[in-house]
Design a protein around this ligand. Structure first.
Ligand code: NAD
Length: 421
């Protein structure tokens, strides 16, 4: 796979959506490229006194609809192309949900598990020192992503406050509650996907007692399993980076959550309550009604898409299905609820956090849940209607839905404004 193939694959969706809309080619030209991607080398002091450097990026892909918004990922395999692709998806995700944001993303090329807590804090602060002039509450608003969390966002918000000399909670979301974080952010991604599936269940042919398989038992994966299990659905298989477990009659979720809380793999539960080890690659082919990819990109590909037995795929991960696999699934009438809709609950509650920070007024949890449910249901139904009206997949419909909003905003800015705002 060539280095920039992830972005090329993402842009296929843009071209496809454009075919269903009558929009100016200038709009597509603007959306094909990131507006700005800044690359820096962060140099930090390690605990042993040595210095080590790490590559880091921040991409502001498009800010036509508002300040750019997107997480910061700490991952050893991060690249500029990955950051730009994730920022492209954020642009569309925010437009899908009608949030007043453009798309951005950031990353540090690092394996955070190899750093001590003090080193991780120094690295997080160094990121903000490097990008303080790029981010801002009305410019570019970071959040957590893979291997970053509320603690890291807290350090980053603190560093930003020290640099600008005042408290600016709205500069970053996903913060600890004590620093202005929102209630309901922890499970927001999974909860958004859950509200979507629940609302579209009849239309998708999903019954009351679903069999569910979850790929990636991390933040998003653990919460979706719990929300679905609470409604009486059976979680029959889950996986993490070490392996997978399966139990025909349903896994013991409490045991799995306890194993993960102890820092163990899901494999640690093998032998308990009928849990059997399963090859990680076999998880996507498990006999189930709903498959939830909640790990990393490109994990459902040409090589395994044919084995999928689920009728519906809920993409909680970003970009888990390759373009080739997508075509295979569409031909087999497997409905894919696309990432830019299915996992948009996270950025939506991040938006609520930003609004609350700007107002200095905080909402109760029930209000967060209800506002999230309203938006997920509204946009899910709108996209389902586009899919039906145009005879296209939910993914193409989501891109069409977002692109029409982006095109309207780009045109409203006036053509002389391109790249100059
Ligand atoms: P996480 O790090 O908490 O969880 C990822 C999980 O995937 C871990 O359990 C890891 O062991 C597992 N994993 C890694 N490689 C795997 C493999 N080869 N097979 C099976 N499992 C594997 O991350 P997260 O926050 O849950 O994010 C997961 C996905 O959801 C990412 O694509 C992320 O971009 C996306 N996402 C997350 C949020 C959020 O709010 N957390 C929001 C939007 C999208």
């Amino acid at each position: 796979m060539s280095e920039n193939s992830l972005l090329d694959h993402a842009l296929v969706r843009l071209d496809e959506a454009a075919r269903h809309l009558n929009i100016d080619s200038d709009v597509i030209e603007k959306l094909k490229y990131a507006r700005e991607t800044t690359k820096v080398r962060l140099m930090i002091r390690m605990d042993d006194g040595s210095r080590k450097s790490f590559l880091a990026w921040r991409c502001r892909y498009d800010d036509t609809r508002g300040p750019t918004k997107g997480g910061i990922r700490f991952h050893p395999a991060s690249t500029a192309e990955e950051v730009e692709t994730l920022a492209f998806w954020m642009t569309f995700k925010c437009a899908v949900m009608n949030l007043p944001y453009g798309g951005g993303k950031g990353a540090v090329q690092v394996d955070p598990r190899k750093l001590s807590k003090a080193e991780l804090e120094r690295l997080s602060r160094a990121y903000i020192q490097a990008f303080a002039r790029i981010i801002g509450p009305d410019r570019d608003i970071p959040a957590p992503d893979v291997y970053t969390n509320a603690m890291i966002m807290g350090w980053m918000a603190d560093e930003y406050a020290q640099i600008v000399g005042e408290t600016v909670p709205a500069v970053i979301t996903g913060k600890p509650i004590a620093l202005g974080g929102s209630l309901g952010r922890g499970d927001a991604t999974a909860r958004g996907g859950y509200y979507l599936v629940r609302d579209l269940a009849d239309e998708l042919g999903l019954g009351g007692n679903m069999r569910v398989a979850v790929q990636g038992f991390g933040n998003a994966g653990q919460y979706i399993a719990q929300l679905l299990a609470a409604d009486g659905h059976r979680i029959v298989a889950v996986s993490d980076s070490s392996g997978a477990v399966i139990a025909e009659d349903g896994l013991d979720l409490a045991a799995l959550l306890a194993a993960k809380a102890r820092g163990k793999s899901v494999l640690d539960t093998v032998g308990h309550a009928g849990h059997q080890a399963l090859d990680s690659d076999a998880l996507v082919g498990v006999d189930c009604d709903l498959l939830v990819p909640a790990a990393l990109e490109n994990m459902i590909h040409e090589g395994n898409a044919g084995s999928i037995k689920a009728g519906v795929v809920l993409e909680l991960a970003n970009g888990p299905v390759t373009a080739e696999a997508d075509a295979l699934l569409e031909a087999r009438k497997v409905v894919v609820l696309p990432d830019i809709l299915a996992n948009a609950g996270g950025v939506t509650v991040s938006y609520f956090e930003w609004v609350q920070n700007k107002q200095g007024f905080y909402w109760p949890l029930e209000e967060i849940h209800e506002r999230l449910r309203t938006i997920m249901v509204r946009e899910g139904r709108a996209i389902s209607n586009v899919a039906r009206a145009k005879g296209v997949s939910m993914r193409t419909a989501a891109y069409v839905h977002a692109l029409s909003r982006l095109a309207e905003a780009i045109e409203a800015h006036g053509t002389q404004s391109f790249f100059t705002t």
